[in-house]
Design a binder for this molecule. Structure first.
Ligand SMILES: Nc1ncnc2c1ncn2[C@@H]1O[C@H](COP(=O)(O)OP(=O)(O)OP(=O)(O)O)[C@@H](O)[C@H]1O
Length: 242
């Protein structure tokens, strides 16, 4: 089996207690892997470790079979990401922000920029300064930036936060298209369980820094169990309010 991301006993202690505890995670090439877990479960911390933004206390990370060291950075060229609140050049336009990102990534296809702005629904306002963007528009631009250099792997931390229902639908369709047409592997976290149910091939359930289970959506569908029911039972042990 080809895993694009694999972790072995991945652990992070910020103070004393491990916030991430011996996580063994396996993400298959070409799949959408949905990361679910309550607030503070550790999803962002794991994503940051995968991107070398946070140093693991112990354990290993393999991306495309290669071990990631503190000094590793070349592998990041193949990854598009959106983590927490995206930072932009506020006084510049969406288009210029993407141009700068492409130059930084060594990606030359400028024609592609307008197409990406079109895909995320920002084409008609590509000349507006980012400081005048709404939260949803910023989120769309962050997604545009993550995908513009056609990475093999996308790591998206709550990308549909702040989007209206139409925006959520468009991002959903976009992610499925990126998987199907470009063969991208996508790791995505979200608290919107129904969205994850729509798009994910595999679900990883994280609770208090521990990966409780990785389960295929086909298996859940075979059991005729909704992801919401499964998730609530796995985390809370019963049918409670989330
Ligand atoms: N820099 C830090 N210093 C100390 N503790 C931290 C730091 N970053 C994260 N933590 C702690 O690690 C735990 C996991 O946080 P993390 O943000 O990864 O969770 P999450 O699953 O992404 O949560 P949410 O769904 O609320 O975004 C939390 O208890 C958090 O307080």
């Amino acid at each position: 089996m080809d895993y694009i991301i694999q972790t072995h006993q991945l652990t992070k202690c910020f103070v004393v207690k491990p916030e991430i505890n011996k996580v063994n995670m396996r993400i298959k090439q070409g799949e959408i892997y949905g990361f679910l877990g309550p607030n503070g479960a550790g999803k962002t911390t794991i994503m940051k470790m995968l991107l070398n933004l946070v140093k693991p206390t112990s354990g290993e990370i393999y991306i495309q079979g290669q071990p990631i060291a503190a000094s590793s950075y070349k592998y990041l060229k193949n990854i598009g990401s959106l983590i927490e609140h995206p930072i932009f050049y506020e006084e510049l336009t969406a288009y210029t922000n993407l141009q700068i990102h492409c130059a930084y990534m060594g990606y030359e296809d400028q024609k592609h920029l307008m197409k990406v702005l079109d895909i995320v629904g920002l084409r008609n306002i590509e000349g507006k300064k980012v400081k005048d963007f709404s939260l949803g528009m910023r989120q769309r631009l962050a997604i545009a930036r993550a995908i513009v250099a056609k990475p093999k792997l996308l790591i998206l931390d709550e990308p549909i936060n702040g989007l209206d229902p139409m925006g959520i639908k468009e991002v959903r369709e976009l992610l499925v298209m990126l998987k199907q047409q470009y063969g991208m592997t996508i790791l995505i976290s979200s608290h919107i369980v129904t969205e994850m149910e729509f798009i994910a091939d595999t679900i990883g359930v994280l609770n208090q820094g521990e990966l409780l289970e990785e389960i295929s959506m086909d298996v859940l569908r075979g059991k005729q169990q909704s992801l919401e029911d499964y998730y609530i039972k796995r985390i809370y042990g019963g049918e409670q309010f989330v």
